[in-house]
Design a protein around this ligand. Structure first.
Ligand SMILES: Cc1ncc(COP(=O)(O)O)c(C=O)c1O
Length: 370
């Protein structure tokens, strides 16, 4: 089976680096918020092109802490993307915010024109959580223009590390960006991890306080924070095994995406286009099949030995956990629902071989369709 991810191959390539990181951390005798986290934060900030990185326990926490440090209060409305990992909505809910779901573009990303209009029409919405979905970069100029009007933007960059918009790094238009190091992510740990990226030194310092019980210094608790510290061990893994490979891994994802874009020729398989100007890092490779045909497509791919997935089966607002939650849907929910009904994801990861990518293309092109 051609898998969506293959961590055994990653281990075969990078296992020695993981071992070295483990030995160094073990021998250091310091396991929480020490040199490894500090070193990784500095390297990550440099790679990203933003001055500050604050390591936390997950991407979900990175989003939540960023929203809180930006002053989100219970009941504040937050405009957010309608199609994403459920963590995007959870971050808003955990911080006490009230979600307002944005309209969906044909490529599954939030429609930024519509978002700008909604935020202009309703200035009481002061927070915006756009998602650089699939590793695509949203229009950073548009995001910057929205931010310039005083809207507090937290960019969800869980899927988009190294993605750029006309040379500008994703995550640099708003006040803060959130990264995830969940193992499947483009920069994955061997467990959970996340980070807040920002160019605002004061915000970075507040986030450091939030992640560590709200401590400014030992036993001096300025806010009712949380325990959300990036582990020393995960930081060491990311420094030794992940970051040195990130560029090559990203280049491989891009090469596979190019092969799929050139090779998949089927009248009923559509490849949703990244926003023009986006230098995508292809965390995922979504395709759209006719409404009602997704199960048949996925069964055909499985019969051809290709695993597929869904990102995502439902818009965030249709998840059962949203029942009873006070949220709004701005505009027509139809396009997001239709996108989710039609979307399937093909395998794309740095250890996918050329022959396997070719087999994925062949399997797509051989689909009888509907
Ligand atoms: C778009 C998006 N946002 C947020 C998250 C949450 O990240 P984590 O799993 O590290 O909490 C994820 C990962 O699942 C994601 O894909």
């Amino acid at each position: 089976m051609i898998l969506m991810n293959d961590f055994r191959r990653q281990w075969a390539d990078a296992g020695e680096d993981f071992h070295r990181a483990l030995e160094r951390t073990g021998a250091s005798g310091w396991y929480i918020l020490g040199r490894e986290v500090e070193r990784f934060e500095q390297s990550l900030a440099a790679v990203w092109g933003l001055p500050h990185a604050v390591g936390v326990a997950s991407g979900l926490d990175a989003l939540g802490i960023a929203l809180r440090t930006l002053g989100l209060r219970a009941g504040d409305r937050v405009l957010l993307a309608p199609v994403s990992a459920f963590a995007t909505a959870l971050a808003v809910l955990h911080a006490g915010g009230a979600p307002v779901f944005a309209p969906c573009s044909p490529n599954g990303l939030a429609d930024l024109d519509a978002c700008a209009e909604i935020l202009e029409r309703d200035p009481a919405i002061r927070f915006f959580l756009p998602v650089h979905l699939y590793g695509h970069c949203l229009d950073m100029d548009r995001l910057g223009a929205i931010a310039a009007r005083g809207v507090r933007i937290v960019e969800d960059c869980a899927q988009s590390i190294l993605a750029r918009w006309n040379g500008r790094p994703c995550g640099s238009a708003g006040r803060a960006a959130a990264a995830s190091f969940y193992p499947t992510k483009n920069l994955g740990a061997m467990g959970d991890g996340g980070a807040i990226l920002t160019s605002d030194a004061e915000l970075a310092s507040q986030a450091r306080c939030w992640r560590d019980y709200g401590q400014r210094s030992k036993y001096d608790h300025a806010v009712a924070g949380v325990n959300s510290r990036l582990d020393e061990l995960q930081a060491a893994f990311l420094s030794d095994a992940g970051l040195p490979r990130l560029e090559a891994w990203t280049a491989r994802r891009r090469a596979i995406a190019r092969a799929y874009i050139e090779g998949i020729r089927h009248p009923q398989i559509e490849i949703p286009a990244p926003p023009p100007g986006s230098d995508s890092v292809w965390h995922l490779f979504p395709v759209l099949v006719p409404d009602g045909a997704k199960e048949r497509f996925r069964r055909h791919m499985a019969d051809c030995g290709v695993q597929t997935a869904e990102h995502y089966p439902l818009p965030l607002f249709d998840q059962p956990a949203m029942r009873g939650v006070a949220y709004q849907i701005a505009g027509d929910p139809g396009p997001a629902r239709r996108f989710c009904r039609r979307e399937a994801s093909l395998p794309i990861h740095p250890y996918l071989a050329d022959a396997e990518a070719h087999a994925v293309i062949e399997a797509c092109n051989r689909w009888p369709g509907v």
